[in-house]
Design a protein around this ligand. Sequence first.
Ligand code: TXA
Ligand code: MG
Length: 317
Amino acid sequence: MVREAATGQAIDRAAAALSAGKLVAFPTETVYGLGADATNAQAVAAVFAAKGRPRFNPLIVHVPDVAAAAELAEFSEHAELLASAFWPGALTLVLPRRPGSEIAELVSAGLASIAVRVPAHPIAVSLLRATGRPIAAPSANRSGHVSPTTAAHVEADLGNRVAIILDAGPTSLGLESTVVDVTGPSPVVLRLGGIARAALAGVLGRPVPFAGGEPNRPASPGMLARHYAPQTPLRLGAREVRTGEALLAFGAAVPRHAGVMLNLSRSGDLIEAAANLFAHLRHLDGLGAAGIAVMPIPQEGLGEAINDRLLRATRPA
Ligand code: TXA
Ligand code: MG
């Protein structure tokens, strides 16, 4: 059975599965997470496919301690105060991503920031230590369903998509982590959760506004995150390449052209294409080409999320 009591042996098998690029569901003190090796873009793409998310929301990277978090992200004074007060715990910090970090671009959907959390659950921490890599994990539910607080909920939603579900009983909080954006001078809450705003304010000695509560700010969680948008204009659905354009190809039938070409997936695999999307876009954007011609991507499976992101990249932020 895919759901197993979270013994030491089961944790070791889960760690091996993660290292092999498979998905593992694991308990945290907030809700169960659907984990993938955060340095493996294909594994991260498989998370989006398993959840059936129609778009690429950025994911939270889980690490066992503050030192591991500091390797991935830059901590301001505010961030350090919040981390020392609430980690391990139900707080996610959105921080500037360290340049050259090994975290797959897809984890933060191409953004320059990264969301990090040190969970306060012994099984989650054991799994992180056994894996020896950061684990990207959204809540382990299908898109549109509520977050799972038991392993049975996870099994019902995702039982056929994961290598193993580590069962450690119901989660103690049952509410997701509070997400705080500390990339700017004034921290703001992007998602309300297990840590109250008043507790954050107590530590920082200043109010921490909820971004969703302010006028002219989008209310849905995480939507304050600016979407990654290339500087070079994109031309979608391209079947030929025009002079000066670079090509973002998909599939084996690539039009003839003189410029630079990167292929999202030569074999037409949408999971591979999702894994390559942000890194390829960033690379082509850096060439200073007149434009980027993007071949048509089928609107099925992860193609829906890929097309959503490409479409939004053609619009001003
Ligand atoms: O309690 C939790 O946070 C659980 C457990 C498994 O850790 N995870 C969870 O993940 O709820 P998820 O993917 O369902 O929600 C992550 C939230 C989303 O609102 C997302 O937009 C936001 O975090 N987020 C992640 N990275 C971000 C970034 N770089 N900038 C802004 N928001 C970000
Ligand atoms: Mg969720």
